[in-house]
Design a protein around this ligand. Structure first.
Ligand code: SF4
Length: 211
């Protein structure tokens, strides 16, 4: 085990334990393969599933495995028009599972997300009975303040660049606290407890995944 893997192992296990105290159903997986195995154990065959924009679920191979398996996958990339996209976003409230990640997490288990239109965080907060978040240990920050800083100064500019969204942070590399029409931080959420208990499942992965 490299020094970095050892650090992620300690941080990942401790953060999973902190999440459990906040009523999340939390797991630690040492690598992407273990995270994929755990995710597929949790999701029953035949489940209806959709997801928000997340590199993490893609990077562990979950989207591919579900699309190839015995599941009812509603993939938003198939929606071409704005109306079709809106319909998929609304459907995300009634599927069996909603998948995603976080933009940052504090070591004591507070999950931070930013969202331009709010569809993703809304589904996480009051959508399906089961939400599964795959979070790389690279997103663990010492506390809530530093997690917010990460979300707006690392996750936001990288995601804006990834999707070609012309936000000020994409040009400067740091949050300019904008009110730009394409701002991807219209909604900045802190999820500090899971209610009802166990609805949100979290797998912390001991590798660099996502942004
Ligand atoms: S500049 Fe705007 S879009 Fe970029 S991180 Fe700050 S608030 Fe979000």
């Amino acid at each position: 085990m490299t020094p970095k893997q050892r650090l992620y192992d300690i941080l990942g296990r401790n953060t999973a334990e902190a999440l459990s105290k906040r009523d999340f159903e939390a797991y630690y997986a040492c690598d992407k393969a273990a995270a994929l195995k755990k995710a597929l154990e949790l999701i029953d065959n035949g489940s209806s599933i959709t997801w928000g924009g997340s590199a993490s679920i893609d990077e562990i191979g979950l989207c591919e495995a579900l699309s190839a398996g015995d599941y009812d996958v509603i993939d938003r990339s198939g929606a071409l028009t704005e109306e079709e996209k809106k319909a998929v976003y609304r459907k995300a409230f009634t599927v069996d599972w909603y998948l995603g990640s976080a933009n940052a997490i504090s070591a004591d288990g507070i999950i931070v997300n930013i969202d331009g239109t709010g569809n993703r965080v809304a589904a996480m907060m009051y959508g399906p009975d089961n939400v599964l978040l795959i979070i790389g240990a690279n997103k663990i920050e010492p506390d809530e303040d530093s997690a917010l800083i990460r979300a707006r100064n690392i996750a936001a500019p990288v995601n804006a660049a990834r999707f070609g969204i012309d936000t000020p942070c994409q040009k400067t590399g740091r949050c300019m606290d904008c009110l730009h029409e394409k701002c991807i931080c219209s909604y900045v959420t802190l999820t500090r407890k899971c209610k009802p208990a166990g609805r949100i499942k979290v797998i912390i992965v001991g590798e660099d995944i996502g942004f």
